[in-house]
Structures are given as structure tokens and as C-alpha cells.
Design a protein. Structure first.
Length: 103
């Protein structure tokens, strides 16, 4: 996937899947989505994942900006105790992406 710089990085929203085996973000894209639209997209992706008719890169989808916002969506309905174990890895991947993006 091609990386591209947004024109206004302070208001940029990025969405991506998180690959738990590689512990990295995959298919990162800039998106012009509000918080509500991100939530609705996550519901749509959950429906797609649960249907089994669509192959998604991962059951974990994230939304983040280049400053401090991060939202994690478990499309498979991951249990809270399982989710906590992977949240640190997701946060580390997002921090790494932010740092590399701004170079």
C-alpha cells in the first residue's frame, strides 16, 4: 500500500487493521471520517467479518490520529481479558506508525 502525506496532518484520521501475529498495522489508510462514521464503519466491518463471506486482513480494526487518539475495534467480539493482552501491542504499533510518519 502506498503511503501518502495528508495536507492537514493535525486533523488526519487513519484507519488500519492490526495483524496480531506480526504485531503491526496493515492496510493503513487516511480517512475523512467523523467519530460517528468510524463507529458505523466498525459495525459494518463486524457484520462483514461475522458473515464469513468477506475476507478481512484481521479481526482487529483501529482508528487513530497523529497526536493522541486511538480507538480499537474487535470485529470478532473479543472477550475483555483477551483484548487487554493485545491492546499494548496495538498501542505500540500506532506509536511507531506516528513516529515514522512524521519523519
Amino acid at each position: 500500500m502506498k503511503k501518502h502525506k495528508p495536507q492537514n496532518t493535525k486533523k488526519s484520521v487513519f484507519v488500519a487493521f492490526f495483524d496480531p501475529e506480526k504485531r503491526q498495522l496493515v492496510e493503513v489508510e487516511q480517512a475523512a471520517l467523523s467519530a460517528e462514521q468510524v463507529t458505523m464503519t466498525s459495525l459494518h466491518l463486524t457484520s462483514m467479518f461475522e458473515s464469513g463471506n468477506h475476507r478481512l486482513p484481521s479481526s482487529i480494526w483501529v482508528s487513530f490520529d497523529l497526536v493522541d487518539k486511538l480507538r480499537i475495534f474487535f470485529l470478532d467480539g473479543c472477550l475483555a481479558f483477551q483484548a487487554q493482552a493485545i491492546c499494548d501491542s496495538i498501542q505500540n504499533a500506532v506509536v511507531s506508525y506516528r513516529e515514522n510518519y512524521q519523519k
